[in-house]
Design a protein around this ligand. Sequence first.
Ligand SMILES: [Zn+2]
Length: 380
Amino acid sequence: MQFKDVIGQQSVKERLIRSVKSERISHAQLFFGPPGTGKLAMAIAYAQYICCKSRSDTDSCGTCPSCLKMNKLAHPDLHFVFPVVTSGQSGGKSVSDNYISFWREAVKGNPYLSENQWYEIIGAENKQGFISRNESSEVLRKLSLKSYESEYKVLIMWLAEKMNASAANTLLKLIEEPPDKTLFLIVSENTELILPTILSRTQMVRMGPPDPDSMRMGLLEQYPEQEEMVYDVLRRSNGNYGLAIKIMESDDIENQYFEEFVLFMRKCYARDIVHLRRWAETIAPWGREKIKDFLTYSLRLIRENFMLNLQQHDLSFLSEKEADFSQKFSDYIHEGNVFELVGEFEKAISHIEANGAAKLVLFDLAVKNILLLKRTVPQQ
Ligand SMILES: [Zn+2]
């Protein structure tokens, strides 16, 4: 992966390149920011640039022996750590290396992949991934070796917030007393869950959403035949390039979520308890990640409809179908119910996350929703 493959983020690229040119590469750096900004892609491009045998002022060459291995994410001095689950492919011992071939394929295919997409790939839809103590002993072992081909050994850790306490303590020790010529490129979407002592010892690299122009050009390059859809998706993805790719790739899923959302709201409005019970039964087998995804999608539509109700917003953040539906539906989402509605959906997400019985959680949500939809706008 080269810098040119990372969407936008020009100032971050320049800063990283400067650190290499001036030979002031900080040994522990933390790439943080919201999902879909390209933190992982940037960390890989940076590692490739550092190891490249004939880099230019702006990028790695892409063709030297080091770059060829980096392109395959199979350079012997590049190590990855990412959240995994027990069982399945891991044979009980859950470390990243057991999943490395899945990882290489997934990241080469989409360096903007989300945590949920990763869990789907490794068949962990109903489990939460984590970075374990086993992983930290693997890391210790790898980093104690001398580098094979490059000046540096590079460890890229994706979603460091998934470390358990003992893995975090090992990492902290490693960062405090790093093995010679070792770089830690840590990626996080939630720095609040990382030990403050780790944060204070890393150089922070903040990444915000890529600029819209770069996103547009990136999408058009990837989907040259779908110009119209690109414009629609740009509006809907709100600076999350990973989400933009996901919508481009899976418009079917979004359609399904939309249909289910409309059905759910109609049945709630009609107080059709029998149908709602059946509805919960059909959604429950989707599995945890997909249900969470659907509820998150629903939250977005509820928020957009409230903005429409307040007339603070045009329809531009919605797809055509969503906009059609929302013309009327937005009348029902107002100050009198929106906060509680959002709260109930968020609660449902956290119950699903905690492995609550999906059928019950969804039915309970339906009952709350019935009451909240019937509320009227409060009189001023
Ligand atoms: Zn190169």
